[in-house]
Design a protein around this ligand. Sequence first.
Ligand SMILES: [Zn+2]
Length: 293
Amino acid sequence: MGRSIGVLATHYIWVGVVEGTQLGSVRMYPEPGALLDLKSMPADDFMARIREQIALVRGGGPIDSVGVGLPGIVRDGVVDDSPNLGQLKGLHIAAQLAAGLREDGLDAPVVALNDADALAAGLAATRGTLHDFLRVWYLGDGIGFGRYPRIAGVWEGGHTVISLDPKERFCGCGGEGHLEGIMGNRAMRLRFLDMEPEEVFAAARQGDGRAQDFVKLWHRALAAGTATSIHLEGPGRFYISGPNADFVDLGLLGAYLQDMVKMSPLQGSFFEVVPTSHDLALIGAAVSSTMRQ
Ligand SMILES: [Zn+2]
């Protein structure tokens, strides 16, 4: 079995060795609790830290390929845009990292992909469904949408327009009526200025009317984003991951989706909540790098 490296850059840089679909040793940078924010790290430093971590985790052994998962629009090895890691915008990360690794004595192809696509690939790989189609929602500060298999396109599903109300403008990208503008943590904090997202869901359970209305809206928004995906690409499996997956009521979500998708060939989708894990995205990034064309 081949040995590849998966890299995931979110709040931390994670690097792991993957053999087949098995994750071996993993490193993260910076150390947990360190007062260092990747958002403020210049792109050159960011690349240098990735190279260091790869050298450490690899230990001089042979590596077939490297896959890097990043938030934002990542196409053809280039970070077209990344609202959460803005310094990377325009970076030819695949080519630059491959060149840097050659200097470090590692000549291996590098594939860059969206972090939610890496998660989708990790789910497919670890569940033995590499021949099937699956989608994943990542519910956190932003709303990620991943798809496996990866195909050409943008796939910013978190910015699906799910409302025509011009007051719905809390999305991190600034666009009106977006899914993330309802569901994302930043958006929830802007809507409930004095409450954290978990407090909103707790208040709803305790009978607070405003919070209950919002929890319904939150679920309807996710159903609407999913319904749009179904109307474009057909029914199928939708995994739900991320820190806010715990807030999901699958019964409520399924009922709203049924109201929104009525044509008989489009029936039969289902949701499954999966535990959030960086390991899955690392495996997915590495496995994706072995599937390059
Ligand atoms: Zn948006």
